[in-house]
Write a new protein. Structure first.
Lengths: 745, 121
């Protein structure tokens, strides 16, 4: 029987090979099995010659040289047109439209993706990139990223500070799911209150950013998307241990409650109770701490009605102890027995989001966000006392629609914020309430090809900042293929929380001097700055592999700034800017996928950050002019069982940084004008055993670079020259860690 | 006869009153890549009355929202054909097809192969 079939098949081929073409149409499947499609239409393009496939999916059609395009169509399948240059037998697999969503496109996914299309200069850091630095919270997530600098704020609290475009984090709007989260009281330590495993992705926007989330951003915006109950693993456990005896545990549990409700509980705990003093200065190299951080999320999804909602509850308790090795808080607190400090933080947060997309008209949507947080920090540093209570309410409603067609999109809405601060600084009480009502309008034009621009404006009425307008403009233009030229301009305005943002001043003997100018905030005026930037992204192929280069130049000009002046070593002064203050930054970055699984990232940065101090126009202290960055990542090809090796290493080089002046100190407490240059190297190795289980091992600062004497006046912590703010490099030296991740999807 | 007229009138009335400001439609348009996507969507949106056009590279489905008072599917189709993309029942003229970028020659199997890794012969 089979033979007859073959003969039948061959006969027409032989007999009519000049005039006819035949083939078989099959349903596409992964194994390339021959599943015939009966009744599919096959016809020559622009002709009336066509046929229908038989029960075995086979067809025969007259052929002539003038016909080159064969159209194959079938209900429920993707219509295809194929080129036929010679009358050979055609085997063709037609894609079912149902299965099309399942087709996996096997192009390389970058772990840090830059957009060629958006108007803003935004890049997205995915989970994969975050895993390259195995630890542990948001402040440590940027170590493989050249656009954001991470350094230590002081020598005792172990706080990491991030900088973008040469400006510290208060000038960056840091949001969690588009709700500004790290601001006010949480400015100093807030980044360490978001555990790394909770983060799904991070979007970093350089330049002023959108007006939708407020007027405060100046250097840029960082938005963190958290893991979602409906898409996160059912169970996820991450255990981390470091040679410094730091231990962390992360557990996520997600369940589906009903077909519309999902919920997840996320628990993070970390502890470090080991005393370290590698440099033998009598002070702990890193604080002792305990942190408990719990989040409960509820997600409601109703696709039919176009509704999505999230409700989040968060609780954080964080306790830190710093200072001299023999400091015992029970006995020595606020005495001169020995120098030490404690920072206790409690924070509660409730937030809710509701999004509605009109199922009939998908470009119309409405979003409402409400967030309330209560933040309480009780702390002392030596003999300095600092307590802050900050209650904050944020509400925002956004309406999205189009004008005439979807190339003209608009976002408009209103927002209301309320902040109450109650601070106690040594002997002084500072209390203030801020509230603002604002409306915004953002227009986006995308001609779907070369040009995309976003123009936004908002007007706010603020009880202390007054009524003001915040304009921002971003545009992207594609001059030639695989390129994006961007430009942006925008204004930002904010009230500086001078104590909360500069808590390192308490771990010094400096006198605090706030120069009253009869302003509304600590007697000072609000900070106002304009940010301008241009950027060029160009993708290209080098030896047949993908590469891209980015050149960025940004300039931030302060109209007013609250200048933090360390130039007198016995005091720190806060005063309104008199004269110029600016931050210019240039960055060149190259990404290259040199071969399968191997990614190289090189970056060079140049900063010029100058401020007019009372003692003259000077470079901002502790900012390197030049920085060089290299990151190499290598992944082996995933085996069928999901096992894989991943290797990652990051190199950082910083040029010399200026120390603020110590010239009026006694000679033994004077520092050189500049720090030495600094180079650090981190490595990490991950072994993925299966999609469920992986283990990682890494080293931070493996060349064991240390700043020899991070604390000035360490011999007399209660003397007039004690200062822990002259930190430019690692204090602890090299550190090794290991951890595991276990998940059930 | 009277009946027919009535029915015809009713039909016309239905047609007239069914004119929807936000009519939704879906059609199949051939193409291969993101450049095609932008060309197809642009051609659709350049039809006065079309509010939204989203073309899916994988499924070749073009989802439209348009104002029925201002345009109809045929006009939209013709505009898409004019920029060189075939729709389900009609083929673009060779002249129009030849105007698309070489990487978008969706009728050419090599070009298609270069764009996706789905099973081919």
């Amino acid at each position: 029987m089979k033979n007859i079939l073959y003969i039948l098949l061959i006969v027409p081929l032989l007999t009519f090979s000049q005039e006819e073409i035949s083939g078989m149409i099959m349903e596409a499947n992964n194994k390339k099995e021959h599943i015939p499609l009966a009744g599919a239409n096959v016809y020559w393009l622009n002709s009336t010659i066509g046929t229908v496939t038989d029960i075995d999916g086979k067809f025969t059609l007259p052929y002539s040289k003038e016909y080159t395009k064969l159209v194959i169509s079938y209900v429920g399948f993707k219509t295809d047109t194929i080129t036929v240059l010679e009358p050979k037998f055609i085997n063709y697999w037609l894609q079912s439209t149902d299965n099309l969503e399942e087709v996996t496109v096997t192009s390389r996914k970058q772990s840090t993706a830059k957009s060629y299309l958006k108007a803003t200069n935004t890049f997205t850091v995915s989970r994969d990139e975050l895993l390259k630095a195995a630890c542990c919270n948001l402040s440590e997530s940027f170590e493989t990223n050249p656009s954001i600098d991470v350094n230590f704020a002081d020598a005792v609290t172990g706080t990491r500070q991030i900088k973008m475009l040469g400006l510290t984090s208060p000038y960056i709007l840091i949001a969690t799911e588009n709700i500004p989260s790290i601001r006010g009281a949480s400015q100093a330590f807030g980044l360490s209150f978001i555990p790394g495993t909770w983060v799904e992705s991070i979007q970093v926007t350089k330049g002023a950013g959108s007006v939708v989330n407020g007027y405060e951003s100046i250097a840029g915006q960082i938005n963190t998307e958290l893991v979602k109950p409906s898409t996160d693993d059912k169970l996820f456990v991450n255990l981390y241990g470091a040679s410094s005896e730091r231990l962390e545990l992360n557990t996520h549990i997600n369940t589906r409650v009903t077909d519309k409700w999902d919920t997840g509980i996320y628990i993070h705990g970390n502890t470090h109770q080991q005393h370290h003093d590698v440099n033998n200065d009598g002070f702990l190299d890193m604080p002792l701490y305990n942190q408990i951080n719990v989040m409960n999320r509820w997600q409601y999804t109703n696709a039919e009605k176009g509704l999505v909602s999230f409700i989040n509850f968060k609780f954080l308790n964080d306790e830190k102890q710093t200072g001299q090795l023999n400091f015992n808080p029970d006995i020595d607190k606020l005495t001169t027995n020995s120098w030490g400090g404690e920072i206790d933080t409690k924070r509660y947060e409730i937030s809710a989001k509701l999004g509605y997309v009109n199922p009939e008209i998908p470009y119309q949507s409405l979003g409402v966000q409400v967030a309330f947080s209560s933040h309480e920090q009780d702390s002392y540093f030596g003999l300095n006392l600092y307590d802050i209570k900050h209650n904050s309410l944020y509400t925002n409603a956004i309406y999205n629609s189009i004008i005439s067609d979807s190339r003209h999109k608009i976002k408009t809405g209103v927002s209301y914020t309320y902040d109450h601060y109650d601070e106690f600084v040594n002997t002084l009480d500072y209390e203030r309430t801020e509230n603002s009502v604002g409306a915004f309008f953002e227009y986006n034009y995308d001609n779907l090809e070369k040009l995309n621009l976003t123009a936004g404006i908002r007007i706010d009425h603020h009880n202390l900042l007054g009524t003001f307008v915040t304009p921002r403009l971003h545009l992207r233009y594609t001059t030639w293929e695989k390129s994006a030229f961007r430009a942006s301009i925008g204004r930002g305005k904010r009230s500086a929380n001078i104590f909360a943002e500069n808590q390192n001043i308490f771990s010094t003997s400096r006198a605090i001097n706030v120069v009253n100018a009869n302003g509304n905030i600590y007697g000072l005026d609000p900070e106002i700055a304009w940010n301008y930037g241009v950027s060029l992204l160009q993708g290209f192929n080098l030896f047949g592999r993908k590469a891209d280069i980015t050149l960025d130049y940004y300039k931030t000009d302060f109209e007013n700034q609250v200048v933090v002046d360390y130039e007198n070593p016995t005091e720190v002064s806060f005063y309104n800017l008199q004269g110029e203050s600016y931050a210019n930054s240039f960055q060149a970055e190259i990404n290259y996928n040199a071969f399968e699984g191997f990614d190289l990232r090189l970056a060079y940065k140049f900063y010029e950050v100058k401020t007019q101090y009372n003692s003259g126009k000077l470079d901002k202290p502790l900012i390197p002019k030049h920085r060089f960055f290299a990151n190499v990542g290598y992944k082996t090809i995933k085996k069928d069982n999901g096992s894989q090796w991943k290797f990652d290493t990051t190199f950082n080089w910083l040029s010399r940084q200026r120390f603020s002046s110590t010239i009026s100190n006694p000679v033994q407490y004077q520092l050189p004008k500049y720090t030495p240059t600094l180079a650090t190297l981190n490595v990490q190795l991950t072994k993925v055993f299966s999609p469920k289980f992986e283990v990682y091992l890494g080293g931070e600062n493996i060349t064991n670079v240390r700043q020899p004497n991070p604390i000035l006046g360490v011999d007399d912590p209660f003397g007039s020259n004690f200062d822990t703010t002259f930190v430019y490099g690692p204090i602890f030296g090299s550190m090794y860690y290991t951890g595991l991740r276990f998940k059930i999807e | 006869m009277k009946k027919i007229v009535t029915v015809a009138l009713m039909l016309i009335a239905t047609v007239t009153f069914a004119q929807n400001k936000n009519a939704r439609a879906s059609m199949e348009v051939d193409g291969v890549c993101l450049m095609c996507k932008s060309r197809i969507e642009k051609a659709s949106l350049n039809t006065k009355g079309v509010k939204s056009a989203v073309w899916n590279v994988k499924t070749h489905e073009l989802k439209l929202i348009y104002d029925e008072r201002k345009t109809n599917l045929e006009t939209i189709e013709n505009n898409i054909l004019a920029v060189g993309h075939d729709v389900k029942e009609k083929k673009a003229t060779d002249e129009a097809y030849n105007s698309v970028h070489p990487c978008c020659k969706y009728r050419d199997e090599d070009v298609k192969g270069a764009h996706n890794e789905t099973p081919k012969q």
